[in-house]
Write a protein that binds this ligand. Structure first.
Ligand SMILES: C[S@@+](CC[C@H](N)C(=O)[O-])C[C@H]1O[C@@H](n2cnc3c(N)ncnc32)[C@H](O)[C@@H]1O
Length: 314
């Protein structure tokens, strides 16, 4: 075969290879998009955004901070704690979980369903971590970004609106995956923990503070995470342990915080009549009083359990 003909054949061969690799890349992209659409339709995104995403959320929080006598030019993450830690027992529970997880300065943490970013700012300011918040509720991410700017923590804390079931992150990006009161709205927990494992480095830690189903059912609604059962998906601690282990995690710590949580809800419910300007009522609106009352009953009657746990990625 002459040289010209060989060069032509080689050029044709490379062109075909290029086309094939582009086609494979396109196919990967189409598959990923189809998966995201499929996952999004099973996520109740609209109802979750409706439940959490109050209109004028940022303005409401800033007005309440002023009413509470806070200087917005010198805002600290501690000052925000009554409103930005949307989980049982607030900021002390965040610090408690961080100690259980043995967080180290410089670690890259992903806060899944991180809401307004209260935990993220605490982990950045007090534990020296670099934190990414992923949350489905756009209004929380926008308000969270502004509060982070006001507290001077933007270099260490960033927000990404997105779905925990199709995380927009590469494999092995994080040292720690963190989740406080975020799994209750997510039905497909197999996929949730598989995604959490995927974005963790080998040996990385999973830190959980979650609400689970008690042995007595059903729940009294509304609850702080749902107005009705349509977006509430709790599993019992036994089933959750199996689900997480089967996703590829080893259990290191498991602590039942239900009694302390009941005491906390009882105190908050008694105080509800004279709520201070800054508090979780800003996030829950009219649902605040019935949802907190129902949580007292749900915990007292063993309808829900509240657990903190640490896992290692196998
Ligand atoms: C009760 S809040 C807890 C917020 C935060 N972890 C905290 O403790 O302050 C539950 C959060 O989970 C988020 N969430 C629910 N389903 C989600 C999903 N599929 N992907 C990402 N975030 C989700 C909600 O938008 C909400 O911000």
């Amino acid at each position: 075969m002459d040289t010209d003909r060989r060069s032509l054949l080689l050029a044709g061969f490379y062109r075909s290879l290029l086309r094939l690799s582009r086609w494979k890349r396109d196919l990967r992209l189409i598959t990923r998009l189809a998966l995201e659409v499929f996952v999004a339709t099973g996520t109740h995104t609209k109802s979750i955004n409706q439940h959490y995403g109050r209109s004028n959320l940022t303005a409401t929080i800033l007005d309440s901070l002023r009413a509470a006598g806070k200087d917005l030019d010198r805002l600290t993450h501690e000052a925000l704690a009554p409103v930005d830690q949307f989980h049982t027992r607030g900021k002390p529970a965040t610090a408690e979980l961080a100690h259980l997880a043995k967080l180290q300065p410089g670690q890259r943490v992903l806060d899944v369903g991180g809401g307004l970013g209260g935990a993220a700012r605490t982990l950045a300011a007090e534990f020296g971590c670099d934190v990414t918040v992923l949350d489905l509720t756009e209004a929380y991410c926008r308000a969270g970004e502004l509060l982070t700017e006001q507290t001077g923590l933007s270099a260490q804390v960033r927000f990404q609106t997105g779905n925990a079931l199709a995380m927009p992150f590469a494999d092995g990006e994080f040292d720690v995956v963190w989740s406080q009161h975020s799994s209750m709205n997510i039905e497909d927990k197999e996929r949730l923990y598989a995604e959490m494992r995927r974005v963790l480095k080998p040996g990385g830690r999973l830190a959980l503070h979650e609400i689970m189903a008690g042995p007595v059912q059903p729940l009294y609604f509304p609850v702080p995470w749902a107005p009705d059962p349509a977006i509430s998906f709790l599993r019992t601690p036994e089933v959750m342990r199996t689900t997480i282990r089967q996703a590829g995690f080893d259990e290191l710590v498991w602590v039942d915080r239900s009694q302390q949580s009941l005491d906390w809800f009882r105190t908050r419910t008694v105080m509800a009549g004279a709520a201070p300007p800054l508090g979780l009522h800003l996030l829950l609106g009219d649902l605040f009083v019935p949802a907190f009352r129902n949580q007292v009953q749900n915990l007292a009657e063993d309808r829900v359990r509240i657990i903190q746990a640490i896992y290692a990625r196998t």
